[in-house]
Write a protein that binds this ligand. Structure first.
Ligand code: NAI
Length: 310
């Protein structure tokens, strides 16, 4: 277990699942849950602590924003859900307003030494907003980005191809959203090209790509929103940050130069206690590269609209 302190803002479905995953992974020493619904945060912290005699792991407590002071990592999962009659853009605007209040609270709480991990959607847009408006060094804002999509993709490829997903190496980059880019050209099974794996079929891979793209909407339709898998994705990224893991993970960061300048989106990235260490440009086929540029363009438009509303 690292000696780290982690604060999760938002103790709803995603926040609670992330807290449980962090507890079972013994990722930190101290875990604080902050939610405007303070009884919910207290209840979740209490429930998790009741399992500590078996789970081990961190001391977990509910607190207000002041309790975030001294955190090594702050994970923001607080968000609003779409109203039945609401457009996607209206929801974005409400979540942006909410996110700005959270940024202000974190600044006032003196959590300025932490790495910020943004999970709330639209995650790439809010990662950009936080990196620009938080006033902390930019490399200390990281979005969960396509970490969940990548986890889903590997699991679904394993299911469709009859392979152990833990041995599949495959990445999704770009937007956490419809324009996500699966890097099929670089996919591997046990270190060899996926196309040479036993039982490989192009049709099954196409199905896995489509199922990954639809996964978020499908889980939302069936049970109201993602929880377990996103909790594990948060744990994977948190552990990499706190333990300075050498592996590059697909997380969202602000890009300053070249064709991706002015957007936050996911590329394989090495992270650590000070945030982003290195963004790795993956090998891409020409079509994948073009799709990445298109994904950046989709995000650039939304980011421009959101930043103009400041
Ligand atoms: P939820 O409605 O269950 O929980 C949200 C929580 O935020 C609520 O408990 C609410 O009281 C709290 N909250 C609202 N305003 C707050 C504030 N100012 N300070 C502190 N807490 C506040 O929603 P759920 O299902 O947990 O989703 C949360 C967010 O995570 C959504 O934006 C969702 O789209 C996003 N998400 C992101 C994923 C990713 O891969 N990046 C995957 C799944 C969900």
């Amino acid at each position: 277990m690292t000696g780290a302190k982690v604060t999760i803002v938002g103790a709803g479905r995603v926040g609670a699942s992330a807290a449980y995953a962090l507890q079972l992974g013994s990722t930190c020493r101290e875990l604080v849950l902050v939610d405007v619904a303070s009884d919910l945060a207290r209840g979740e912290a209490m429930d998790l602590m009741h399992g500590r005699a078996i789970a081990g792991g961190p001391c977990i407590a509910a607190g207000d924003y002041d309790a975030a002071r001294g955190s090594d990592l702050v994970i923001v999962t607080a968000g609003l859900r779409r109203r039945p009659d609401e457009s996607r853009l209206e929801l974005i605007e409400r979540n942006v307003t909410l996110f700005r209040t959270i940024i202000r609270e974190l600044k006032e709480a003196g959590a300025g030494d932490a790495v910020l991990l943004v999970v709330t959607n639209p995650v790439d847009v809010l990662t950009y907003l936080a990196a620009v408006e938080l006033g902390w060094p930019r490399e200390r804002t990281i979005g969960l980005g396509t970490a969940l999509d990548t986890l889903r993709f590997r699991s679904l490829l394993g299911e469709r191809l009859g392979l152990d997903p833990a041995r599949i190496d495959a990445l999704i980059i770009g937007e956490h959203g419809d324009s996500m880019v699966p890097l099929l050209s670089a996919a591997r099974y046990e270190g060899r090209p996926l196309a040479s794996a036993p039982g490989y079929s192009e049709q099954a891979v196409r199905e896995a790509v489509e199922a990954t793209r639809r996964a978020g909407a499908e889980v939302l339709r069936l049970k109201g929103g993602a929880g377990y898998a996103v909790g594990l994705a948060v744990r994977e990224v948190s552990a990499a940050i706190l333990n300075e893991a050498p592996a590059a993970l697909p997380v969202s960061t602000v890009h300053d130069a070249g064709e991706l300048a002015g957007v936050a989106l996911s590329l394989p990235t090495r992270v650590g206690r000070r945030g982003v260490k290195e963004v790795v440009r993956p090998q891409m086929a020409e079509g994948e590269h073009r799709a990445l540029i298109d994904s950046a363009e989709v995000l650039r438009k939304t980011i421009a609209r959101v930043m103009a509303s400041a």
